[in-house]
Write a protein that binds this ligand. Structure first.
Ligand SMILES: *Cc1c(COP(=O)(O)O)cnc(C)c1O
Length: 499
C-alpha cells in the first residue's frame, strides 16, 4: 500500500478558496524561511477524498478495544467510556497552555488538587505527584525519592530487593536509580519467599519493590510479613500498583504499610494502554516522604489554587510541565462516575473474569500455578510441543477467530514459566464475550492435535499472513517500493500481503 506521501500529485489541493475573497500572500512572509522551504517538500499534495480514504483504510487494518476482546496480559486493555474522552477534550482543558498564569487556569488546578485527594483516598497515602509520564517513569521517581530520603538521613543504603515475580521495569528502574538490585525468589506458591527475604533484608538495603498482583497474576499473601521484615530493618516499601484494577475499592496499599505507590492511570483509570501514549504513572507517598516529591504540587490557600514548590529537599522536576493533563481529566471523571462501590465492583469483575477463564481453560492449557488468580491468569502451551506446536502458533490461530492474542512468552522466570500464555480478560468484558474466547481456545486445542499444520501456517484470514519476525525487524517495509521489491524477491503471492 502506498504512503500518503507517495500519493502526492503536484499542485493537487485539499481545498480551493474563492480567489477574490482573499489576497495572495507569500508564505515566506508568514513563517520562518527554514519552515517554508522544508514544509513545501515534506507535505503531501492530496485532495480531501484522498486523505479520508487513506486514513479510513489504515484504521480498518487495525485491531483495538473497540473491535473486540484484547486479552493482553499485564496491559489492561479494557474498554474505556467515551464520555471521559469527551470531557478531556473540552475546549477549556485542551486550550489551556502549560505556562498559563495560575489565575487563568484555576479550574485545571482545582481538578488536579481534587484528583490528588481522590487518589489518596483510593490508595491510603498522603500526597501524589502527577508528573511521571509512565509506570516505569513513576518507578524511577520512587527510587529517586527513596534515595533522597536516605541521603537526608545520612544513611548509605545501596541495595534494593526486587522479587523475581516483579514486572520487568522494577529491576530496571532500581538499577537506573543507582541501587544494586538483589533478586528475591518466589516460593512454590508463586509469591515472595519470606524465609529468603528475611535472610536478604539488612541495614544496607533501601527497601523492596513489590508488584501486586505479581506478574504471574497472583496476590501476595505474605504482605504482613514482608512489611514487618522490611520496615523492621529501616527499609521502605514500594507498591507497583500498575494493575490497581485488581484491588481498588477493596484494599489500600497505604493501609498495608506501603510508603510509595505508583498507579498506571493509562491502564486502570480510563485511558487505554498500548496506544503509544500519552500515559501517566502518578506516584503517591506517605507523609514522611512528601518533602522529597518532585516539584511542583498543587496547593490551595483557602481562596486560590497554586503550583507550589515542594522545597529544597525535593528531587526536582522529573519532566517538563505538570503531567499529562488529559489523562488526569479522564481519571477524575471516571473515579467520580464509578464511586467507591463502583470501583470495588469493577475490581471484583476483573478478578471473576480471570478466574472464570482459568477454570474453563485449565484442562486444555495448564496453569503456571493451579490456584485462584488475581485479574489475569498464566497458562501454558507447553503440552502441545509434542504435536510440533509452539505457543506462538496458538496465538496466531486465535487471530483467525477474531481475537487479539494474549501476551505470550511472558512472564518467563524459571522454573515455572515455559511457553506462557498470559490472559487478562478485563472487567469491561461480558460473560458472552469470554465464552466466545474460551470456545475458540478449546477449538484451537483440538486443532493442534488433529491438524497441527493449520496452526503452524496461521493466521489464514487476516490481512497479513504469518510474518517472518526476523525479516520484519531487519527489512522493514517503509514505502511502496520496498513492498514491491520484497514481494518480488521472496515471491510473495498477493494474498500473503493482502493490501
Ligand atoms: C505496565 C506495567 C508497568 C510499566 O508501565 P509503563 O507505563 O508501560 O512504563 C509496571 N508495572 C506493572 C505491574 C505493569 O503492569
Amino acid at each position: 500500500m502506498k504512503l500518503i506521501f507517495e500519493k502526492s500529485v503536484k499542485a493537487r489541493d485539499g481545498y480551493s478558496l474563492p480567489k477574490d475573497l482573499f489576497d495572495e500572500v507569500d508564505i515566506k512572509s508568514c513563517i520562518p524561511a527554514y519552515a517554508a522551504t522544508d514544509a513545501k517538500k515534506a507535505l503531501s499534495e492530496v485532495s480531501e477524498v484522498d486523505v479520508i480514504r487513506h486514513f479510513t483504510k489504515l484504521s480498518k487494518f487495525n485491531y483495538g478495544v473497540d473491535d473486540g476482546l484484547y486479552p493482553l496480559g499485564s496491559c489492561t486493555m479494557k474498554y474505556n467510556p467515551k464520555v471521559n474522552e469527551k470531557l478531556a477534550s473540552l475546549d477549556n482543558f485542551v486550550c489551556a497552555p502549560p505556562l498559563a498564569p495560575e489565575e487563568t487556569v484555576q479550574g485545571c488546578l482545582e481538578l488536579m488538587y481534587d484528583l490528588n485527594k481522590l487518589l489518596c483516598e483510593v490508595t491510603g497515602v498522603d500526597q501524589y505527584t502527577m508528573a511521571p509520564a509512565s509506570g516505569a517513569h513513576g518507578e524511577l521517581t520512587g527510587v529517586l525519592i527513596m534515595r533522597q530520603h536516605f541521603v537526608d538521613h545520612d544513611d548509605k543504603r545501596h541495595k534494593m530487593l526486587v522479587p523475581d515475580s516483579a514486572h520487568g521495569t522494577n529491576p530496571a528502574s532500581c538499577t537506573m536509580g543507582g541501587f544494586k538490585m538483589i533478586e528475591v525468589r518466589s516460593n512454590e506458591k508463586g509469591t515472595v519467599d519470606i524465609k529468603q527475604l528475611k535472610d536478604l533484608m539488612d541495614e544496607d538495603t533501601a527497601g523492596l519493590y513489590l508488584t501486586n498482583p505479581n506478574t504471574v497474576g497472583l496476590y501476595d499473601e505474605g504482605i504482613r510479613d514482608i512489611e514487618g521484615i522490611v520496615h523492621g530493618k529501616g527499609g521502605l516499601l514500594y507498591y507497583d500498583g500498575a494493575n490497581l484494577n485488581a484491588s481498588f475499592g477493596i484494599m489500600r496499599p497505604g493501609d498495608a504499610g506501603f510508603d510509595i505507590v505508583h498507579l498506571n492511570l493509562h491502564k486502570s483509570f480510563s485511558t487505554p494502554h498500548g496506544g503509544g501514549g500519552p500515559g501517566s504513572g502518578v506516584i503517591g507517598v506517605k507523609k514522611a516522604l512528601i518533602p522529597y516529591l518532585p516539584t511542583p504540587i498543587v496547593t490551595f490557600d483557602g481562596k486560590k489554587y497554586h503550583l507550589s514548590d515542594v522545597g529544597e529537599k525535593s528531587i526536582g522536576m522529573v519532566r517538563a510541565f505538570w503531567g499529562n493533563f488529559a489523562v488526569l481529566v479522564k481519571t477524575y471523571a471516571w473515579i467520580l462516575s464509578m464511586g467507591p462501590d463502583g470501583l470495588g465492583n469493577s475490581s471484583e469483575a476483573s478478578v471473576i473474569n480471570a478466574n472464570y477463564v482459568l477454570a474453563k481453560l485449565k484442562k486444555y492449557y495448564r496453569p503456571a500455578y493451579d490456584r485462584y488468580c488475581g485479574h489475569e491468569c498464566v497458562l501454558t502451551g507447553r503440552d502441545y510441543k509434542k504435536y510440533g506446536i509452539k505457543t506462538l502458533d496458538i496465538a496466531k490461530r486465535l487471530m483467525d477467530y477474531g481475537f487479539h492474542p494474549p501476551t505470550i512468552y511472558f512472564p518467563h522466570f524459571e522454573p515455572y514459566a515455559e511457553e506462557t500464555i498470559m490472559v487478562e480478560p478485563p472487567e469491561s468484558e461480558s460473560k458472552e464475550v469470554l465464552d466466545e474466547f474460551i470456545d475458540a481456545m478449546i477449538k484451537i486445542s483440538n486443532e493442534a492435535k488433529a491438524n497441527p499444520e493449520l496452526l503452524k501456517s496461521a493466521p489464514h484470514n487476516t490481512r497479513i499472513r504469518r510474518v517472518d519476525d526476523v525479516l520484519a525487524a531487519k527489512r522493514p517495509i517503509l514505502n511502496y517500493d520496498d513492498e514491491l521489491k520484497l514481494k518480488d524477491e521472496l515471491k510473495y503471492k498477493d494474498e500473503d500481503i493482502n493490501f
